[in-house]
Design a protein around this ligand. Structure first.
Ligand code: SF4
Length: 325
């Protein structure tokens, strides 16, 4: 009944800073075309482009802007680099709130880094006189958007060029998409239990203790309205997935999964599987190598519980995200 929730849709909607698609919307009339976005992720992401500075009517080319002010973040202002009195703080905050309300159905968002509007962090803040204040924050649009959608997966484009971080982000995008599909299908305790069971090894790969913690939450969910339990569950679930899997935790999960095949495989096949998992542990082969062999054996010796594990295929395989680390 819930199988459709676990099938990958043809495309998932993902927000993106528009300059990353190659559009000439930057302050100097240029772009920041991202190959990883347009050549890899665009195969399965339906990008929803947003340029907040164009969105508030600044045009391109335009005067560059930067952040001034002091703590707290809400007191930071977004002002022109040259023109005294050019202050677009209120427009940008309102635009961020409007777009966040409009784009609540996105499965994720890719932001351009180092931008006082779109950056997710490390954006320098200056004194009125132009000297750095010695602290940094989020861009104003990114701040408004992420405050409204604290669980939606977000990432800066520069980090997606790291294979492991890209795998982590796309894993979170599809996890969020599955969760939203689960909610849309009508949440029940049985569906929550099934969701948790299917994500057992994915959670273990991210943070082993989190699987136990979330398991206790699900076990006690019958004591209160399922919607309340689900809210606590998804908060901790999405937070757990932000932890990037280590080589050690992947190895641990692979060895657990291989354990299900222990009786079915002959000695030679068992040794070959153990060897390729160890090759991965030592960095000699990428993650896809032991996974491919595991999946091969599972086709020969089906195990319904293991084959339902999201860990085996957390995102569409043609993205090749596990082939490079
Ligand atoms: S970083 Fe954001 S505001 Fe700047 S050009 Fe790109 S999309 Fe527009």
């Amino acid at each position: 009944m819930t199988e459709s929730i676990y099938a990958f849709p043809a495309k998932v909607p993902v927000g993106i800073s528009q300059c990353l698609l190659g559009d000439l919307v930057r302050y100097d009339g240029s772009h920041k075309h991202s190959k990883v976005c347009t050549e890899v992720l665009a195969q399965r992401f339906e990008f929803v482009p947003v340029c907040p500075e164009m969105g508030i009517g600044m045009g391109a080319p335009r005067e560059a802007i930067h952040l001034v002010g002091n703590l707290p973040d809400e007191a930071v202002r977004i002002v022109g680099n040259r023109t005294a009195g050019l202050d677009v703080t209120e427009q940008m905050e309102q635009y961020g709130r409007d777009k966040a309300a409009e784009l609540g159905d996105l499965c994720g968002y890719i932001f351009m880094g180092r931008s006082p509007s779109c950056g997710l962090g490390n954006i320098k803040v200056y004194h009125e006189n132009g000297n750095p204040i010695g602290r940094s924050t989020r861009g104003v649009f990114a701040r408004e958007f992420t405050q409204r959608h604290p669980l939606m997966p977000v990432e800066e484009e520069g980090r997606l060029r790291d294979a492991q971080l890209c795998d982590n982000f796309v894993t979170r995008v599809y996890a969020w998409q599955r969760w939203r599909a689960l909610e849309a299908s009508g949440l029940t305790l049985a569906k929550l239990q099934d969701f948790h069971a299917r994500h057992k090894y994915l959670l273990m790969a991210h943070r082993p203790a989190a699987y136990q913690h979330l398991g206790r939450l699900v076990a006690l969910a019958h004591q209160r309205p399922v919607e309340d339990a689900a809210q606590d569950y998804v908060h901790d679930f999405m937070t757990t997935l932000k932890t990037v899997c280590s080589n050690k935790s992947h190895t641990n999960v692979l060895q657990h999964l291989a354990g299900y095949l222990k009786k079915a495989l002959d000695t030679k096949s068992r040794q070959e599987l153990a060897q390729i998992i160890d090759d991965f542990r030592q960095g000699r082969v990428p993650l896809i190598a032991p996974l491919t062999l595991l999946r091969h054996h599972l086709r020969q010796h089906p195990n319904a519980y293991v084959q339902r594990q999201v860990y085996l295929e957390p995102h569409p395989p043609e993205l090749l995200l596990r082939n490079f680390y």
